[in-house]
Write a protein that binds this ligand. Sequence first.
Ligand SMILES: Nc1ncnc2c1ncn2[C@@H]1O[C@H](COP(=O)(O)OP(=O)(O)OP(=O)(O)O)[C@@H](O)[C@H]1O
Ligand SMILES: [Mg+2]
Length: 298
Amino acid sequence: MRKIRSGVYGLNPLMDGGVNENTTTVVIGSSGAGKTTLASQFLRRGLESGEDAIFITLDEAPAQIVKESKLMGWEDIEEYIDNDQMVFVDAGGKQFSKFIQKELAEFVDDWAGHRARIVIDPLTPVLWSVEDKYGQRELVSFLLRETRKIGTVLCTIEEHGVMGDLSGPEIIIPMYLADNVIHLRYRSHESPEKRDLKIVKCRSSKHSRAWHPYGIMKGVGLYIMPVEDTTKRAEDAERAKGIIEEMLSKIPQEKTARLTGKALTNIYRTVDMLLKEDSWDVDPEGLIHLILQEYELE
Ligand SMILES: Nc1ncnc2c1ncn2[C@@H]1O[C@H](COP(=O)(O)OP(=O)(O)OP(=O)(O)O)[C@@H](O)[C@H]1O
Ligand SMILES: [Mg+2]
Protein backbone atom coordinates (compact mmCIF):
# COMPACT_ATOMS: atom_id res chain seq x y z
CA MET A 1 0.00 0.00 0.00
CA ARG A 2 1.24 3.50 -0.81
CA LYS A 3 1.73 5.85 2.11
CA ILE A 4 0.74 9.48 1.74
CA ARG A 5 1.92 12.28 4.00
CA SER A 6 -0.64 13.51 6.51
CA GLY A 7 0.49 17.14 6.57
CA VAL A 8 0.55 17.07 10.38
CA TYR A 9 4.10 17.57 11.63
CA GLY A 10 5.25 14.55 13.62
CA LEU A 11 2.23 12.35 12.83
CA ASN A 12 3.66 10.26 9.96
CA PRO A 13 6.27 8.42 12.06
CA LEU A 14 3.50 7.35 14.46
CA MET A 15 1.59 5.82 11.53
CA ASP A 16 4.41 3.83 10.00
CA GLY A 17 5.25 6.58 7.50
CA GLY A 18 1.87 8.16 6.86
CA VAL A 19 -1.69 7.36 5.86
CA ASN A 20 -2.28 4.48 3.45
CA GLU A 21 -3.71 5.79 0.20
CA ASN A 22 -7.42 5.11 -0.49
CA THR A 23 -8.12 4.28 3.11
CA THR A 24 -10.49 5.89 5.59
CA THR A 25 -9.38 7.66 8.76
CA VAL A 26 -11.57 8.71 11.66
CA VAL A 27 -10.39 11.50 13.97
CA ILE A 28 -12.23 11.57 17.30
CA GLY A 29 -12.07 14.55 19.64
CA SER A 30 -14.03 16.87 21.88
CA SER A 31 -14.88 20.47 20.99
CA GLY A 32 -11.75 22.51 20.35
CA ALA A 33 -9.49 19.45 20.18
CA GLY A 34 -8.26 20.47 16.71
CA LYS A 35 -10.25 18.18 14.39
CA THR A 36 -10.99 20.80 11.74
CA THR A 37 -7.42 22.10 11.90
CA LEU A 38 -6.03 18.59 11.38
CA ALA A 39 -8.47 17.96 8.52
CA SER A 40 -7.41 21.19 6.79
CA GLN A 41 -3.71 20.32 7.14
CA PHE A 42 -4.44 16.92 5.58
CA LEU A 43 -6.13 18.53 2.55
CA ARG A 44 -3.49 21.21 2.17
CA ARG A 45 -0.70 18.60 2.04
CA GLY A 46 -2.54 16.77 -0.76
CA LEU A 47 -3.06 19.97 -2.75
CA GLU A 48 0.66 20.72 -2.49
CA SER A 49 1.39 17.38 -4.17
CA GLY A 50 -1.10 17.96 -6.98
CA GLU A 51 -4.01 16.00 -5.50
CA ASP A 52 -7.54 17.40 -5.37
CA ALA A 53 -9.38 18.31 -2.17
CA ILE A 54 -13.06 17.81 -1.35
CA PHE A 55 -14.14 19.40 1.93
CA ILE A 56 -17.60 18.24 3.03
CA THR A 57 -18.60 20.54 5.84
CA LEU A 58 -21.65 19.88 8.00
CA ASP A 59 -21.28 22.53 10.68
CA GLU A 60 -19.33 25.52 9.58
CA ALA A 61 -19.85 27.57 6.42
CA PRO A 62 -17.05 27.25 3.86
CA ALA A 63 -16.26 30.97 4.30
CA GLN A 64 -15.65 30.37 8.01
CA ILE A 65 -13.34 27.43 7.29
CA VAL A 66 -11.39 29.53 4.79
CA LYS A 67 -11.10 32.32 7.34
CA GLU A 68 -9.86 30.00 10.08
CA SER A 69 -7.43 28.25 7.72
CA LYS A 70 -5.94 31.61 6.76
CA LEU A 71 -5.54 32.50 10.43
CA MET A 72 -3.70 29.21 10.87
CA GLY A 73 -1.26 30.28 8.16
CA TRP A 74 -2.79 28.72 5.05
CA GLU A 75 -2.75 31.92 3.04
CA ASP A 76 -3.09 30.53 -0.49
CA ILE A 77 -6.23 28.45 0.23
CA GLU A 78 -8.35 30.67 -2.03
CA GLU A 79 -6.08 30.05 -5.02
CA TYR A 80 -6.87 26.33 -4.83
CA ILE A 81 -10.59 27.11 -4.65
CA ASP A 82 -10.41 29.54 -7.57
CA ASN A 83 -8.74 27.00 -9.84
CA ASP A 84 -11.16 24.22 -8.79
CA GLN A 85 -8.51 22.04 -7.17
CA MET A 86 -10.42 22.39 -3.90
CA VAL A 87 -14.20 22.17 -3.63
CA PHE A 88 -16.59 22.48 -0.72
CA VAL A 89 -19.79 20.54 -0.19
CA ASP A 90 -21.86 22.46 2.33
CA ALA A 91 -24.68 20.36 3.81
CA GLY A 92 -26.67 19.64 6.95
CA GLY A 93 -26.83 16.12 8.44
CA LYS A 94 -30.22 15.15 6.97
CA GLN A 95 -29.46 16.82 3.66
CA PHE A 96 -26.13 15.00 3.38
CA SER A 97 -27.75 11.65 4.27
CA LYS A 98 -30.13 12.12 1.35
CA PHE A 99 -27.19 13.07 -0.85
CA ILE A 100 -25.39 9.85 0.16
CA GLN A 101 -28.42 7.74 -0.70
CA LYS A 102 -29.37 9.44 -3.94
CA GLU A 103 -26.41 11.24 -5.44
CA LEU A 104 -23.16 9.91 -3.97
CA ALA A 105 -22.63 7.18 -6.57
CA GLU A 106 -22.98 9.75 -9.36
CA PHE A 107 -20.66 12.19 -7.52
CA VAL A 108 -18.04 9.44 -7.24
CA ASP A 109 -18.40 8.65 -10.95
CA ASP A 110 -17.81 12.32 -11.78
CA TRP A 111 -14.56 12.25 -9.80
CA ALA A 112 -13.37 8.93 -11.25
CA GLY A 113 -9.71 9.03 -12.26
CA HIS A 114 -8.86 11.82 -9.84
CA ARG A 115 -6.53 11.44 -6.88
CA ALA A 116 -8.32 13.30 -4.14
CA ARG A 117 -8.36 13.76 -0.40
CA ILE A 118 -11.85 13.90 1.03
CA VAL A 119 -12.74 15.38 4.41
CA ILE A 120 -16.11 14.98 6.12
CA ASP A 121 -16.20 17.36 9.09
CA PRO A 122 -17.96 16.34 11.27
CA LEU A 123 -19.51 12.98 10.44
CA THR A 124 -21.53 12.98 13.68
CA PRO A 125 -24.68 14.72 12.29
CA VAL A 126 -24.81 12.18 9.45
CA LEU A 127 -25.12 9.41 12.04
CA TRP A 128 -27.73 11.34 13.99
CA SER A 129 -29.85 11.73 10.88
CA VAL A 130 -30.66 7.99 10.99
CA GLU A 131 -32.51 6.61 13.99
CA ASP A 132 -31.56 2.95 14.19
CA LYS A 133 -28.02 1.64 14.61
CA TYR A 134 -28.32 -0.73 11.68
CA GLY A 135 -29.33 2.12 9.38
CA GLN A 136 -26.45 4.25 10.69
CA ARG A 137 -23.98 1.48 9.96
CA GLU A 138 -25.34 0.88 6.46
CA LEU A 139 -25.16 4.56 5.62
CA VAL A 140 -21.62 5.15 6.93
CA SER A 141 -20.38 1.91 5.42
CA PHE A 142 -21.72 2.92 1.99
CA LEU A 143 -20.31 6.45 2.36
CA LEU A 144 -16.81 5.20 3.19
CA ARG A 145 -16.79 2.47 0.55
CA GLU A 146 -17.82 4.90 -2.18
CA THR A 147 -15.63 7.86 -1.25
CA ARG A 148 -12.45 5.80 -0.91
CA LYS A 149 -12.83 4.86 -4.58
CA ILE A 150 -11.75 8.38 -5.53
CA GLY A 151 -9.23 9.09 -2.83
CA THR A 152 -8.15 9.04 0.79
CA VAL A 153 -10.88 9.87 3.27
CA LEU A 154 -10.72 11.58 6.66
CA CYS A 155 -13.83 12.01 8.83
CA THR A 156 -14.04 13.76 12.17
CA ILE A 157 -16.22 12.53 15.01
CA GLU A 158 -17.33 14.60 17.96
CA GLU A 159 -16.64 13.19 21.38
CA HIS A 160 -19.45 14.06 23.76
CA GLY A 161 -19.85 13.05 27.41
CA VAL A 162 -17.07 11.47 29.43
CA MET A 163 -13.70 11.85 27.70
CA GLY A 164 -12.16 8.59 26.59
CA ASP A 165 -15.48 6.73 26.63
CA LEU A 166 -15.58 5.68 23.01
CA SER A 167 -18.47 3.26 23.47
CA GLY A 168 -21.42 5.29 22.09
CA PRO A 169 -22.82 4.07 18.75
CA GLU A 170 -21.96 7.31 16.94
CA ILE A 171 -18.31 6.68 17.79
CA ILE A 172 -18.18 2.88 17.71
CA ILE A 173 -19.77 2.48 14.26
CA PRO A 174 -17.31 4.69 12.34
CA MET A 175 -14.41 3.34 14.44
CA TYR A 176 -15.11 -0.20 13.31
CA LEU A 177 -15.63 0.74 9.69
CA ALA A 178 -12.56 2.98 9.31
CA ASP A 179 -9.08 1.73 8.48
CA ASN A 180 -7.39 4.20 10.82
CA VAL A 181 -8.53 5.81 14.06
CA ILE A 182 -6.87 8.79 15.75
CA HIS A 183 -8.07 9.93 19.17
CA LEU A 184 -7.39 13.57 20.08
CA ARG A 185 -7.75 13.98 23.83
CA TYR A 186 -8.19 17.59 24.90
CA ARG A 187 -8.46 18.49 28.57
CA SER A 188 -9.49 22.12 28.32
CA HIS A 189 -10.55 22.17 31.99
CA GLU A 190 -6.98 21.59 33.22
CA SER A 191 -4.57 24.39 33.79
CA PRO A 192 -2.43 24.51 31.76
CA GLU A 193 -4.72 22.74 29.30
CA LYS A 194 -3.43 19.40 28.04
CA ARG A 195 -3.61 17.75 24.64
CA ASP A 196 -2.43 14.30 23.66
CA LEU A 197 -3.28 11.89 20.88
CA LYS A 198 -3.15 8.20 20.22
CA ILE A 199 -3.33 6.09 17.08
CA VAL A 200 -6.08 3.68 18.14
CA LYS A 201 -5.69 1.68 14.95
CA CYS A 202 -3.89 1.89 11.64
CA ARG A 203 -4.60 -1.14 9.45
CA SER A 204 -1.61 -2.82 7.75
CA SER A 205 0.85 -0.61 9.65
CA LYS A 206 3.12 -0.89 12.64
CA HIS A 207 1.80 2.18 14.45
CA SER A 208 2.58 3.80 17.76
CA ARG A 209 0.58 2.56 20.75
CA ALA A 210 1.43 5.42 23.09
CA TRP A 211 -0.21 8.72 23.99
CA HIS A 212 1.69 11.62 22.41
CA PRO A 213 1.36 15.21 23.57
CA TYR A 214 0.45 17.57 20.72
CA GLY A 215 0.13 21.31 20.36
CA ILE A 216 -1.62 23.77 18.03
CA MET A 217 0.22 26.85 16.85
CA LYS A 218 -0.67 29.63 14.48
CA GLY A 219 1.13 29.07 11.19
CA VAL A 220 1.89 25.44 12.04
CA GLY A 221 -1.41 23.86 12.98
CA LEU A 222 -1.22 20.59 14.92
CA TYR A 223 2.24 19.26 15.69
CA ILE A 224 3.53 16.29 17.69
CA MET A 225 6.98 16.43 19.18
CA PRO A 226 8.84 13.09 19.36
CA VAL A 227 9.22 11.91 22.95
CA GLU A 228 10.50 8.38 22.55
CA ASP A 229 14.11 7.55 23.16
CA THR A 230 14.97 5.80 19.89
CA THR A 231 18.50 4.85 20.96
CA LYS A 232 17.10 2.78 23.77
CA ARG A 233 14.66 1.09 21.41
CA ALA A 234 17.46 0.19 18.98
CA GLU A 235 19.42 -1.30 21.89
CA ASP A 236 16.33 -3.27 22.91
CA ALA A 237 16.10 -4.73 19.41
CA GLU A 238 19.78 -5.73 19.49
CA ARG A 239 19.32 -7.34 22.90
CA ALA A 240 16.17 -9.10 21.68
CA LYS A 241 18.03 -10.71 18.79
CA GLY A 242 20.67 -12.08 21.16
CA ILE A 243 18.04 -13.43 23.54
CA ILE A 244 16.00 -15.12 20.81
CA GLU A 245 19.02 -16.83 19.29
CA GLU A 246 20.26 -18.03 22.66
CA MET A 247 16.87 -19.35 23.76
CA LEU A 248 16.36 -21.25 20.50
CA SER A 249 19.78 -22.84 20.68
CA LYS A 250 18.98 -24.24 24.13
CA ILE A 251 15.87 -26.22 23.14
CA PRO A 252 16.67 -29.95 23.32
CA GLN A 253 16.21 -31.75 20.03
CA GLU A 254 13.83 -34.35 21.45
CA LYS A 255 11.40 -31.52 22.16
CA THR A 256 11.44 -30.03 18.66
CA ALA A 257 11.20 -33.57 17.22
CA ARG A 258 7.70 -33.85 18.75
CA LEU A 259 6.42 -30.97 16.64
CA THR A 260 4.85 -31.30 13.22
CA GLY A 261 6.79 -29.87 10.31
CA LYS A 262 4.19 -27.11 9.88
CA ALA A 263 4.42 -26.04 13.52
CA LEU A 264 8.20 -25.92 13.33
CA THR A 265 8.11 -23.90 10.11
CA ASN A 266 5.67 -21.46 11.70
CA ILE A 267 7.81 -21.00 14.78
CA TYR A 268 10.86 -20.26 12.69
CA ARG A 269 8.89 -17.96 10.44
CA THR A 270 7.66 -16.03 13.50
CA VAL A 271 11.15 -15.85 14.92
CA ASP A 272 12.54 -14.71 11.56
CA MET A 273 10.04 -11.86 11.52
CA LEU A 274 10.88 -10.95 15.10
CA LEU A 275 14.58 -10.85 14.28
CA LYS A 276 13.85 -8.38 11.49
CA GLU A 277 12.08 -5.94 13.84
CA ASP A 278 14.15 -2.87 14.49
CA SER A 279 12.21 -1.78 17.53
CA TRP A 280 10.27 -3.49 20.28
CA ASP A 281 7.18 -2.47 22.22
CA VAL A 282 7.35 -5.48 24.55
CA ASP A 283 9.90 -7.31 26.64
CA PRO A 284 11.42 -9.67 24.03
CA GLU A 285 12.29 -12.35 26.54
CA GLY A 286 8.72 -12.53 27.84
CA LEU A 287 7.32 -12.78 24.31
CA ILE A 288 9.66 -15.62 23.33
CA HIS A 289 8.73 -17.51 26.50
CA LEU A 290 5.08 -17.31 25.46
CA ILE A 291 5.87 -18.75 22.02
CA LEU A 292 7.98 -21.56 23.47
CA GLN A 293 5.30 -22.39 26.04
CA GLU A 294 2.59 -22.52 23.37
CA TYR A 295 4.58 -25.27 21.62
CA GLU A 296 5.62 -26.95 24.90
CA LEU A 297 9.26 -26.31 24.17
CA GLU A 298 10.05 -25.31 27.75
N1 LIG B 1 -4.03 31.08 16.37
C1 LIG B 1 -4.04 30.04 17.15
N2 LIG B 1 -2.97 29.75 17.93
C2 LIG B 1 -2.97 28.69 18.73
N3 LIG B 1 -4.01 27.85 18.85
C3 LIG B 1 -5.08 28.08 18.11
C4 LIG B 1 -5.16 29.18 17.22
N4 LIG B 1 -6.35 29.13 16.62
C5 LIG B 1 -6.99 28.06 17.12
N5 LIG B 1 -6.24 27.46 18.02
C6 LIG B 1 -6.60 26.26 18.79
O1 LIG B 1 -7.27 25.37 17.95
C7 LIG B 1 -8.48 24.97 18.55
C8 LIG B 1 -9.61 24.87 17.53
O2 LIG B 1 -9.33 23.81 16.73
P1 LIG B 1 -10.45 23.24 15.78
O3 LIG B 1 -11.44 24.25 15.37
O4 LIG B 1 -9.72 22.51 14.73
O5 LIG B 1 -11.16 22.24 16.81
P2 LIG B 1 -12.33 21.23 16.52
O6 LIG B 1 -11.94 19.95 17.18
O7 LIG B 1 -12.65 21.21 15.09
O8 LIG B 1 -13.51 21.85 17.36
P3 LIG B 1 -15.11 21.76 17.09
O9 LIG B 1 -15.53 20.40 17.55
O10 LIG B 1 -15.64 22.82 17.96
O11 LIG B 1 -15.32 21.97 15.65
C9 LIG B 1 -8.85 26.03 19.52
O12 LIG B 1 -9.50 25.45 20.62
C10 LIG B 1 -7.52 26.61 19.92
O13 LIG B 1 -7.07 25.95 21.08
MG1 LIG C 1 -14.34 21.61 13.96
